[in-house]
Design a protein. Structure first.
Length: 480
């Protein structure tokens, strides 16, 4: 099934800001070419933004004088005194109503005496003091309480989303299904959602949209909680990509991410890992809610350092606090998410100098540093880190090769781009990542003018699981 216009419109604000992968942006561009209604929505967004940036017309002098007189009349000490107000009441035209007003006032005082704790307090000039306001802090609910609530039969509800999605929500949740069976999509504006996504053939990644970030799920167990001021994501198994204000971060099993304050310029994001004992208990409880995970032993969700860093007798250099590798990587991610690029780069560079850094952490650190360097405009250095990870032949190598291919293509290094994208396809030519890599490669070959090779690439893309990719391939072949 094709993606609906409603789903495309949800992505229009991000498309305006340049968000999304090249493949997603190509799909949106193709849809807009054939949908006048969605083009009208995009034009409306542009008009709203333009109008919001226009300054209001200057005030005339008489308008300014009128506003200042209004302000001065409301300042302390400028209002008419109580005696002046009473004297005005006794002007001839008001005298017939004085008796009735006095009687009503006496009745109100007798029937509704003011409570003692609500007596208005006044300052020396008779003006009421500012009322005290209580600030209500929204404390996020602990993860273990959320999971326990979702485990109780009487405190959760099943949610049908699409084939392959086993989901449940707390009863306080406000959730709306906005996708299709082919492209599962859910909008969660309040409450908690726990789900397992087992991706079916020709199915797109599942997307959960919250007020603070967008989660892209390709097959995993996860829980998302939405509060008034923040949204959080915890992954029990697999990985989930979280997108926030044009940035993207991968949350691994045993990790949590919280992003708050999306409506204010001071939005903050933080990524953390639960203490080992608590993480095992919570993740075990999450997995037990799905039958296929009951018989599996629970593996430790976090990687703990096997030994304390070795101390040396060379104490000539100034010492810095000992920080565990996982914690340093988390600190670097948080700094990057909050736009502190210098701090993030320094933190991840220190991590890569660790003498006993595990291979997986090395790859994660280099991928993160590549993202930081790219945001700083240091593209050559970013490509070096991606080249290293792509060459080691580990789990993260295909993702590194894909990002290397995209970046090299942008920089005009076509030989490097082709080599990297072909590496992604040759390792596994049936998943979504390989389809996105093949799409990038086909565009590159077309731009390069490689006739036969370009045709063969587009023909291979006709077998893609995504209908929009198949349509793109057919258009490209028709234009040959």
């Amino acid at each position: 099934m094709k993606k609906t216009c409603s789903a495309y419109r949800d992505d229009l604000p991000g498309y305006r800001l340049g968000e999304g992968t090249p493949l997603e942006r190509e799909r949106m561009k193709a849809h807009l070419e054939g949908c006048a209604d969605c083009r009208a929505h995009l034009a409306a967004y542009e008009m709203l933004v333009r109008d919001a940036r226009e300054e209001p017309p200057a005030l005339a002098i008489e308008d300014k004088d009128r506003i200042w007189k209004k302000i001065e009349s409301e300042l302390p000490g400028t209002q008419p005194s109580l005696l002046d107000s009473i004297q005005r009441l006794f002007q001839p035209r008001w005298q017939p109503a004085i008796g009735m007003a006095a009687a009503c006032l006496a009745y109100l005082v007798l029937v509704n005496p003011a409570p003692q704790d609500e007596v208005p307090v006044s300052n020396s000039v008779g003006q009421p003091l500012a009322q005290r306001t209580k600030t209500v802090e929204h404390t996020p609910k602990p993860l273990k309480i959320v999971v326990a609530e979702l485990a109780q039969p009487d405190s959760h509800e099943a949610l049908e989303v699409a084939p392959g999605v086993n989901a449940r929500t707390t009863k306080r949740a406000k959730v709306r299904k906005t996708g299709t069976a082919h492209a599962p999509r859910v909008e969660l504006t309040k409450g908690d959602l726990l789900a397992e996504y087992t991706r079916q053939a020709k199915q797109e990644p599942m997307v959960v949209q919250t007020p603070h970030f967008e989660a892209v799920i390709r097959g995993t167990i996860f829980v998302i909680s939405v509060e008034a001021e923040s949204s959080s994501l915890t992954v029990a198994e697999g990985k989930v990509e979280a997108r926030h204000k044009g940035m993207s971060v991968m949350v691994n099993a045993g990790q949590s991410l919280r992003i708050s304050g999306s409506k204010s310029p001071g939005a903050e994001a933080s990524q953390s890992e639960q203490p080992a004992a608590e993480a095992e208990d919570v993740i075990d409880a999450m997995k037990r809610l799905f039958p296929e995970h009951e018989a599996k032993p629970v593996k430790p969700a976090l990687e703990q350092p096997t030994a304390a860093p070795k101390t040396t007798k060379k104490a000539a250099l100034p010492t810095e606090p000992l920080v565990a590798p996982n914690e340093r990587l988390t600190n670097a991610r948080n700094a990057w998410l909050n736009g502190k690029l210098d701090e993030a780069k320094d933190e991840v560079t220190r991590l890569l100098r660790h003498p006993d850094l595990q291979p997986k952490l090395q790859d994660d650190a280099r991928l993160l540093r590549a993202s930081i360097l790219r945001a700083r405009g240091e593209l050559a250095e970013a490509m070096v880190d991606l080249e290293v990870v792509a060459a080691v032949g580990r789990e993260a190598s295909r993702l590194a090769a894909f990002e290397l291919g995209r970046l090299a293509r942008e920089e005009g290094r076509l030989v490097t781009a082709k080599r990297a994208l072909k590496q992604v396809i040759e390792a596994n030519d049936t998943d979504v990542l390989s389809e996105e890599a093949r799409f990038e490669l086909c565009q590159l070959l077309t731009e390069e003018g490689s006739g036969d090779e370009s045709v063969a690439c587009w023909e291979a893309l006709q077998d893609a699981s995504d209908p929009s990719l198949r349509d793109k391939a057919q258009r490209a072949l028709d234009s040959k």
